[in-house]
Design a protein around this ligand. Structure first.
Ligand code: SF4
Ligand code: FE
Length: 479
């Protein structure tokens, strides 16, 4: 297992082609734009070496019997699923931000399970290839970026009906050595500081869309790959210390648009090529695994929001007001409800035919649906308690200005014994987590709310519920 510094050094060996603000980035690892995201991912490596966290952040490989970082593990029990959620909450409590590695973790589990099912039904040999890739990932502690969401173009049209055929990733060539893929993947969490990407289809497909049924692994710096880094709500503050709010770990995951311009993938790293009937189940496995996470990681981030909100109430002299205590109580209630959902879908997990454990998909979707609402409410309550100054605060340069700094210090003071800088720092942390890009991530990360509602309705078994009602009302079944 690598530690954090070894992980950071490993990134220097890559030739990842990244663009940001219209220019190619030459110094990714040392560039302040990327450093917080890299630090956040590095913590997933460092914590695996800390005896205090080892039980959650490591696991024993079912392939080799060796101790591995949990982010490269295939879940072998409901205990593994529960530990995953606990691990995510614990890491998020320390980063206050996304640490990105869960997407690849979930992709590995989803592709592991689906390739097993495909081979059983179709006689293909995809599962063995995935296991070989997994061995490489586990042995080298590889950071894998899960790559699912396609740009999607006109949302009313299927992939093969789009005006531009590249709006979903597709296979444009097959030869004896491998395949060539073209298209792009959007919202790629952690991609610029990952080693490999694991590509999956973005939606269920039909026979007409068979060329879009592709899953494969490819290094993030393979020829033909370009990453265009996304802007975040505070990225121009990244060179500062206070104004960024969370200078060490940043804000959400550092997402990018990843262009795949005729990228060659050897057959040994291809895990689906044309088997459109299995695209839907790969998507559903991945989506449910990823939705399982959100009461864990967002629970941990909410713990930080609650702490910051209670602290700012102290600094404002408002902590004893009964409505403030009630609002903090509500924030705790919402956070623990999210966490309860993640634990429940894990505890109710079941083994798949591959042996990998899968979460209860209904409860996982409910959890993520709750995240799309509760995080907004938690942030709303935080803004309510903190006060409007979190949105109108001058910059750290004004606070430290030799000419006007004493005014800023004097008039942004709360209770007398708390330095203004302390109040500044906490306000910026709240702004960072609650008022920008991170909030949107709670809505659309792991799939937009409507995607969860489709799965909730599909699994809701309304007909059986109607029968329960008919039985009690004394109405015969055929009425
Ligand atoms: Fe992991 Fe949460 Fe980031 Fe998704 S948003 S990658 S679950 S930390
Ligand atoms: Fe996410």
């Amino acid at each position: 297992m690598m530690n954090g510094s070894e992980y950071i050094e490993s990134l220097r060996k890559l030739n990842t082609k990244v663009y940001a603000f219209g220019e190619e980035v030459k110094d990714l690892v040392d560039n302040p734009l990327f450093q917080p995201h890299i630090n956040s991912a590095a913590l997933t490596y460092d914590m695996a070496h800390d005896p205090m966290f080892e039980d959650l952040v490591t696991a024993v490989s079912h392939l080799t019997g060796k101790r591995i970082n949990r982010f490269t593990h295939i879940h072998q029990s409901t205990e593994d699923l529960v530990k995953k959620v606990k691990m995510l909450r614990m890491i998020a409590q320390r980063t206050g931000s996304c640490f990105q590695r869960c997407v690849g973790f979930d992709a590995l589990n989803a592709v592991y399970t689906t390739t097993y099912d495909m081979d059983k039904k179709l006689g293909t040999d995809y599962h063995k290839r995935l296991v070989d890739f997994l061995l490489y990932v586990q042995e080298n502690d590889v950071m894998v970026a899960g790559a699912m969401t396609d740009p999607k173009g006109d949302r009313s049209l299927r992939p093969s009906k789009q005006a531009d055929p590249d709006l979903f990733v597709r296979v444009v060539e097959k030869n004896e050595k491998g395949i060539v893929i073209r298209g792009a993947k959007a919202h790629m969490t952690g991609i610029v500081n990952s080693h490999e990407m694991l590509i999956m289809p973005t939606t269920a497909l039909t026979a007409e869309d068979a060329e879009y049924a592709v899953s494969c692994a490819v290094p993030v710096d393979a020829p033909g790959i370009i990453h265009i880094f996304g802007r975040q709500s505070n990225d121009s503050r990244k060179a500062g210390k206070i104004d960024q709010g969370n200078a060490r770990f940043g804000i959400v995951g550092g997402e990018a648009l990843t262009i795949l311009e005729d990228v060659f993938v050897p057959w040994e790293k291809v895990f689906m090529c044309g088997e459109w009937e299995f695209a839907g189940s790969m998507v559903e496995f991945f989506a449910s695994y990823h939705r399982q996470n959100y009461g864990g990681c967002k629970g941990g981030v909410s713990d930080v929001i609650i702490g910051a909100t209670a602290a700012i109430a102290d600094y404002n002299g408002a902590a004893k007001a009964s409505h403030v205590r009630d609002k903090v109580t509500e924030m705790i209630h919402l956070t623990e409800t999210l966490y309860a959902g993640s634990i429940a879908c894990s505890a109710e997990g079941r083994p798949t035919p591959s042996g990998a454990y899968f979460v209860d998909p209904m409860l996982a979707n409910i959890t993520k649906q709750n995240v799309t609402r509760f995080i907004y409410e938690i942030c709303r309550l935080s803004h309510d308690v903190a006060g409007g100054f979190i949105a109108t605060l001058p910059s750290e340069d004004d606070l430290f200005s030799p000419e006007i700094g004493h005014y800023v210090d004097k008039y942004f003071k709360g209770v007398a014994n708390i330095p203004s800088e302390t109040r500044f720092r906490m306000a910026r942390l709240i702004e960072n987590i609650t008022a920008g890009t991170a909030l949107v991530e709670s809505m659309h990360g792991a799939g937009s709310p409507q995607a969860q509602r489709v799965m909730i309705m599909r699994q809701g078994n309304v007909e059986q519920k109607k029968k329960l009602a008919r039985d009690l009302a004394g109405i015969p079944d055929n009425s």
